[in-house]
Write a protein that binds this ligand. Structure first.
Ligand SMILES: [Zn+2]
Length: 255
């Protein structure tokens, strides 16, 4: 069976949990490039529109029927997310009360800009027909394929890498490269996607991280190493220390 955008129903094995912003529970979406594309979208919304706090993704057909989703909703294929639903209601559930997207006009403009940057990869529920407008909802557009999603992910990843490559970082024997740290940061934010890579990388490349792996982490040293290896202004000081704390906590829990 396929859902409205043509993507096949997702089984449990086909989805992965992503975490963006303050959404600690995370949301399940289709594994691989689709997950990476949604991480990009949610990160843009989180940074440029509003803090992302609650995201819902994949639903089975049974669950979808239970919650009153459209038949063959793209949530069933793991190619749709609902963002901060409490403040952006689904029009069909308002029972005639006046509809509002819950976004300001400026926020709506910024979302259109983000969707433009994604080159039509995503469709926004606010553009659904009157009566079914759904501003919390973002999905892969009809006509998207694994190849178009892959091309998009490669485009946004390459852009980030080019920025990192322009930055000169002092060479130290046991210091990770900018690229390695960027991958590590990505991995910590989305652990299910690249968990193995990240641990192998940190164990291999950085003395502080090796210490962390042995359970004798100094979070401050790790934060300093991460900050040194990143382009200026790539992350705020608070973000760097959050990454280091997460890294420490995660490695310790595996020790
Ligand atoms: Zn939805």
């Amino acid at each position: 069976m396929v859902t409205m955008n043509g993507w096949p129903d997702a089984r449990t094995a086909d989805v992965t949990r992503i975490h963006v912003g303050d959404d600690h529970d995370g949301a399940e979406v289709r594994t691989g490039d689709v997950a990476r594309a949604f991480v990009w979208l949610l990160e843009q919304l989180d940074a440029r529109v509003e803090k992302v706090t609650v995201v819902n993704g994949h639903r089975t057909r049974a669950r979808n029927a239970q919650v009153g989703g459209a038949p063959s909703s793209n949530h069933i294929s793991g190619t749709a997310v609902d963002v901060n639903g409490r403040t952006h209601p689904f029009e069909a559930h308002l029972h005639g009360a006046p509809f509002t997207s819950g976004f300001t006009a400026a926020q709506e403009r910024e979302i259109r800009k983000i969707l433009g940057e994604a080159g039509g990869l995503f469709r926004w529920g606010l553009d659904f027909p009157r009566g079914r407008r759904d501003a919390m909802h973002f999905e892969l557009a009809g006509g998207t394929t694994p190849a178009t999603v892959r091309a998009f992910v490669e485009r946004v990843t390459t852009k980030g890498k080019q920025l990192a490559d322009q930055v000169q970082v002092p060479e130290e024997d046991d210091m990770p490269t900018v690229d390695e740290i960027a991958r590590a940061v990505w991995g910590y934010k989305n652990r299910e996607l690249e968990r193995i890579d990240t641990y192998a990388l940190l164990r291999r490349t950085n003395a502080n991280a090796q210490a962390a792996a042995k359970g004798v982490i100094d979070v401050k040293l790790l934060a300093e190493a991460i900050a040194r290896a990143l382009p200026d202004g790539a992350l705020t000081k608070a973000q760097v220390s959050r990454v280091a704390r997460l890294a420490a906590k995660d490695v310790l829990s595996k020790a």
